[in-house]
Ligand binder design. Structure first.
Ligand code: ADP
Length: 266
C-alpha cells in the first residue's frame, strides 16, 4: 500500500458540528494555514480533525505529544541494523513529504526545544531541516500542520511560546450545548435520548465545579463511556461513578458532591 493511502481515513467519522468550525477550517486549509484547536480534553477536537481529513480526502498523521518526546521523535533518526545505519523519517517528516495533515495532539506537553522544529514548516518557508541527515525537506503542497492545545493545563512551565502561538490560526472548542451533547451520546452509543440527557445534566454539575476543586469538568468522552457501560446493563448510578466521577477526582468531598448529583438524576 502506498504510504499516502495508509494514512487515509477509510470511513466517514461521525462529527456533529458545533458552530462555524467546518467552514473556517476549510478556508484555513485552502490557504494551508497552520491551525490550532483549543479546548478542554474530550470535547471533540481529535474527532473534528479526523472528520476534516476525511472530508478533504487527505491522509492524517496523528502524534500524541508527551514531555519525553524529542525533536528526533518528530523528525526522524538514524537506525542501526544488520546492514548498517539507515535513516527513518519521523511522523512530521513523513507528513511533510506525502502531503498529509499532521496533527500534534496536546502540543503543550512537548518540551519547547521540540516545539521549535515546527517553526520553519509554519511560515512562508514550508521546509523542514533534517539537521542530522543534512537534508532540507520542502513540504508537499498539501501538507498542513494542526495542533491541539488545552488552555486549562496552561501554566508558566507549560505554555506555548508566543513565537509558536503566532504561527497558527485558532479555533476555539468547548463542550456542546445540552441538546447537542445528548444527541452526540445517542448517536455514538444508541443510548435512549432521555438517559443521554440525564448524563449531560451530571456533566453540567461537574463543569460548574471547575476551578472550585476540579481542574477539568466531565468530558463528552467520559459521557460516552458512561453510556456504553449503561448499554452493557450496568446500573446507571454505578456506570456514572465509574466513568464520570472516579477518573477525574481524588478529593473525597468533591466525589461525594458528584455522587449526590448522580443520585439526584438517576
Ligand atoms: P479531544 O480530542 O478534544 O480530547 P475527542 O475528539 O477524542 O476529544 O472526543 C472524545 C469523544 O467525544 C469522541 O470519541 C466522540 O465520541 C465524542 N465527541 C465529542 N464531540 C463530538 C462531536 N462534535 N461529534 C461527534 N463526537 C463527538
Amino acid at each position: 500500500m502506498a504510504e499516502h493511502d495508509q494514512y487515509l481515513i477509510q470511513r466517514e467519522p461521525f462529527y456533529q458540528p458545533l458552530a462555524q468550525e467546518v467552514a473556517l477550517y476549510q478556508a484555513a486549509w485552502d490557504e494551508r494555514l497552520p491551525v490550532m484547536i483549543k479546548g478542554p480534553t474530550g470535547c471533540g477536537k481529535s474527532r473534528f480533525v479526523e472528520y476534516m481529513a476525511w472530508t478533504l480526502g487527505r491522509p492524517l498523521i496523528t502524534v500524541a505529544c508527551n514531555e519525553d518526546m524529542t525533536a528526533s521523535d518528530l523528525v526522524g533518526r538514524y537506525l542501526l541494523d544488520a546492514n548498517g545505519t539507515h535513516w527513518l523519517d519521523g511522523p512530521l517528516t513523513t507528513a511533510a513529504r506525502i502531503g498529509a495533515i499532521c496533527y500534534l495532539d496536546e502540543i503543550v506537553e512537548a518540551r519547547q526545544d521540540t516545539t521549535v522544529v515546527i517553526h520553519p514548516l509554519t511560515d512562508h518557508r514550508r521546509t523542514l531541516p533534517l539537521d542530522k541527515k543534512g537534508e532540507l525537506v520542502e513540504a508537499h503542497a498539501d501538507f498542513q500542520l494542526v495542533i491541539s492545545y488545552n488552555p486549562g493545563y496552561q501554566s508558566l512551565m507549560k505554555d506555548l511560546k508566543q513565537s509558536t502561538k503566532q504561527r497558527f490560526a485558532a479555533l476555539h472548542f468547548d463542550y456542546a450545548d445540552h441538546d447537542t451533547e445528548a444527541g452526540i451520546i445517542v448517536r455514538e452509543t444508541g443510548l435512549p435520548q432521555e438517559q443521554a440527557r440525564q448524563l449531560v445534566k451530571i456533566a453540567e454539575t461537574a463543569r460548574n465545579l471547575k476551578g472550585h476543586g476540579l481542574d477539568e469538568g466531565i468530558s463528552t468522552r467520559l459521557l460516552v463511556y458512561a453510556a456504553r457501560l449503561i448499554k452493557r446493563a450496568i446500573a446507571p448510578r454505578l456506570a456514572c461513578r465509574m466513568a464520570l466521577v472516579d477518573p477525574i477526582t481524588d478529593d473525597a468531598e468533591i466525589r461525594d458532591t458528584l455522587y449526590h448529583a448522580i443520585d439526584a438524576v438517576f
